[in-house]
Design a protein around this ligand. Structure first.
Ligand code: GDP
Length: 301
């Protein structure tokens, strides 16, 4: 079996490739939960829902949010009645979120996600990183902001002074999944806001040190492929490069996959970890995704 640590954009792209490469029942995904929150009365678990839709072949993979071909009738009505929704939630997507909101009244988040995974006929296992309410705050010169306020309302424009998240315990099965996997993949997700919260939980780094761990850089050159990772890395005093990402993971990483454009960084990264693989990591189409998945999984295929 394999375990993939995931956020809601870069790693789901890789999961689309992994899904074409190995038996789905061998795949375990541990998903970031720090962005979970209530919006328009429903509990939204953005990264978990993206992973659910990715594995069910329903994801809108232009926005990496919600379902492809969804409608927005409820969103338009809500916007007519009051100020626009901070998150623009599609109708079918809202149905899943309403169901999850009802389920968590008498189930843990892990149980609720498992019920939804089965309803979507997904064979892979999906685990929230934690069943506790996690939280992330972005400190800016304009004050403290929630993740979504920073990203959507403020369009990720303010400078970032610090990123802070609370301590939560891993959900049942998270540590075991890492310990029992032949390979653990740290997907090309935001190292500060998506992977950071997962690896900082109690016991996760200890389990990763014993596992065979392969990471993929979300940074090419001095820029993330998408999103605000650069601002968050700068605020954490990390160089915005594959070297910066690798230095966060070096204690437990066995292999780091970097983009071919970063070939000149190979020697520097080899000072941090044992093995570096250089390939195309830009996942523009399914061919790129499958190629990268095969490279990452080469040891066990
Ligand atoms: P979030 O939860 O929506 O923030 O998404 P993630 O944390 O999962 O992913 C965001 C990161 O994915 C960004 O830092 C991007 O640089 C990275 N990313 C997105 N697409 C690609 C890609 O095709 N290749 C690589 N290497 N990284 C990517």
């Amino acid at each position: 079996m394999i375990t993939v640590l995931s956020g809601g954009t870069g790693t789901p792209k890789l999961i689309q490739g992994i899904k074409e490469t190995i038996d789905h029942s061998l795949i375990n995904v541990v998903v970031n939960t720090v962005e979970n929150d209530y919006f328009s009365g429903v509990y939204v678990t953005p990264d978990i829902d993206t992973v659910l839709y990715t594995l069910a072949d329903l994801i809108n993979d232009e926005t990496w949010y919600g379902l492809k071909d969804d409608t927005f009738i409820t969103n338009e009505k809500l916007n007519e009645f009051s100020s626009p929704e901070l998150l623009r939630i599609g109708d079918q997507d809202r149905a899943l979120k309403i169901q999850k909101t009802m389920l968590i009244k008498n189930h843990s988040l892990s149980q609720a996600v498992d019920i939804q995974r089965k309803a979507l006929k997904i064979k892979a296992m999906i685990r929230p990183m934690s069943d506790e309410q996690s939280d992330i705050k972005i400190l800016t010169p304009q004050g403290e902001m929630s993740f979504h306020q920073f990203l959507i309302k403020e369009k990720a424009e303010p400078d970032v002074l610090k990123v802070v998240y609370n301590d939560v315990e891993p959900a049942p099965g998270v540590i075991e999944s890492i310990e029992e996997s032949e390979i653990v993949i740290i997907g090309p997700s935001n190292p500060i806001t998506s992977i950071g919260p997962i690896i900082s939980m109690n016991g996760v780094k200890k389990a990763l040190k014993k596992a065979y761990v392969v990471g993929i850089s979300p940074i090419i050159g001095n820029l993330p492929v998408s999103g605000p990772a650069a601002k968050f890395m700068e605020a954490t005093n990390l160089p915005v490069s594959s070297v910066g990402v690798c230095s966060l993971y070096e204690d437990f990483l066995d292999k780091f996959v970097i983009d071919q454009e970063d070939i000149l960084l190979e020697k520097e990264i080899e000072k941090l970890i044992k093995e570096v693989t250089i390939t195309n990591t830009k996942m523009r189409n399914i061919g790129d995704k499958v190629m990268l998945a095969r490279t990452v999984l080469s040891g066990i295929l």
